[in-house]
Structure formats: C-alpha cells, structure tokens
Design a protein around this ligand. Structure first.
Ligand SMILES: [Zn+2]
Length: 255
C-alpha cells in the first residue's frame, strides 16, 4: 500500500455503521468486519477520473437525442414547414439516424470502460453482460428491419408474428439491461456514501424504477411511442450523470 495513504477508514462499513476515522485493522462494532483498507479499491484518482469522463460520454448523447422529438414537434406543429417540402422530415430522420447510433455506441463504450477491475468482478461482469444485452436488443431490431426490407415482396403472415415478438422483447431486453446497469452504477454512490446533491441522490433511483413505466409506455401506441423514448433517454442521462457527480465528490475528498 502507498505510504502516503492514511491508515484511517474514509468510509462507513458495508453494514452502514460509520467507521470513518477508525484505524485499519480495527473491527466494526456493528457487524464484526475487520477494516482491511482505508477506502474502496476504486477510490483512486485514475478510477474516479475515468468514471467522471465516461459519465459525460454517456449522458451528453442521451440529452442530444432529445433533438429528435424536438424536431418532430416543430415538424407537426408546422414550424418547420417553411423549410419547404420534405426538408423538415429529412432533418428529423437524419437527426435520428445520427443521434440514435451515437447514443447506443457512446453508452456501450462508457459502460465497458466504467467496468474496471477496481469495481470488483461481480460489477464488471454485470455491467458487461448488460452492455452486450443492450447491443443485442438494438441489433435484433436492425436485423429484423433489414430482413424485412430484403423480403418485402415475399413477406408472409409469419413475419408479422416476429414483429410482435421483437416489439415486446427488444425493448424489454434493452430497458432491462439499462435497469441493471443503473443499479450497479447506483451502488457506487451507496458504497462511497458520497454526499452528492439532493438531485443526484434522489433522482437516479426514482428514474431507474421509472424504467418499468417506460417499458409499459412503449406498449401504448402513438402517445407512448413518442413519450417513452424521451423518458427513457432522460432516465439514462440522470443515471449516468450521478456517476460523474459521485466521482467528483470522491475526487475532492482524495487524500
Ligand atoms: Zn459493519
């Protein structure tokens, strides 16, 4: 261990008991755990710096994605009609075709990079499995659309059944993986007991459980199809922003 590190505990116990200020080697009076380190293994400048950077890489594209519904609203309310003809529709579709893959890729990269060994093997495994499941969900949709486009002329009724299955399963897989991802990331705040602002403490758990509502909303035609993706991307922005806030607070307390 680095000699410049303090030998006193910087964090409460896993059981919640406040061990701060107690020496390494002492025992938790509440649960009997022997204090083995001043802090958590991810409590290093490098890890916190990476968490902060990956937090930004993840939440900013989530909010950029809101440009798509914003353009759509401008379009249907007529404000974009001045663009002339199909210009407004093309702008909306191009924004979607750029920002949606951008969000998927940046989230995948951010989650993969956040899954550092210092977070522990269980967290690394869970984050990576969730990340792969999320990519698989979107790949399933793209593959289905591609196959459908190729077979458009010879389509049979059986294919409609596949559409229904994909409509039910792909969002379930993607939202389920996001629910798991935000659960793991939220555990960093609880573990560090980082004193983040009220917003970053209260909103992420609410947003995470709100993902269940997002899935149900996706099943509601038209209104749900419009509002569910907005709620979904805002949820993810809130969840990822929390990681950055936790990393910043922890970084300021670094010895
Ligand atoms: Zn304890």
């Amino acid at each position: 261990m680095n000699e410049s590190m303090p030998v006193h505990r910087l964090f409460p116990c896993r059981c919640g008991y406040d061990l701060r200020g107690r020496a390494v080697g002492e025992t938790c009076p509440e649960c009997g755990w022997v204090i083995d380190a001043p802090g958590l293994s991810w409590w290093t400048a490098d890890c916190l710096h990476r968490l902060a950077r990956m937090s930004r890489l993840a939440w900013i594209p989530c909010l950029l994605l809101l440009a798509v519904p914003a353009l759509f609203v401008l379009l249907v309310t007529g404000s974009l009609l001045s663009v002339g003809g199909d210009g407004g529709w093309i702008a909306t579709i191009v924004a979607f075709l750029i920002l949606m893959p951008l969000q998927i890729v940046t989230q995948a990269v951010a989650v993969w990079r956040m899954a550092m060994p210092e977070l522990g093997p269980a967290r690394v495994r869970t984050l990576r499995v969730a990340m792969v499941a999320r990519i698989a969900a979107f790949a399933m949709v793209v593959a289905l659309l591609a196959v459908d486009a190729l077979l458009a002329s010879t389509r049979s009724g059986a294919f409609d059944g596949m559409y229904v299955a994909a409509y039910l399963l792909a969002p379930l897989l993607a939202i389920g993986s996001d629910f798991v991802t935000l659960g793991v990331l939220g555990s960093l705040r609880r573990e560090s007991s980082a004193l983040v602002s009220g917003w970053h403490a209260v909103m992420p758990p609410l947003a995470r459980w709100g993902l269940i509502g997002v899935y149900l909303l996706i099943l509601v035609p038209f209104l749900g199809w419009f509002f569910a993706p907005i709620a979904w991307t805002v949820t993810m922005a809130i969840g990822f922003a929390q990681v950055g806030a936790v990393a910043e607070v922890c970084r300021r307390q670094l010895p």
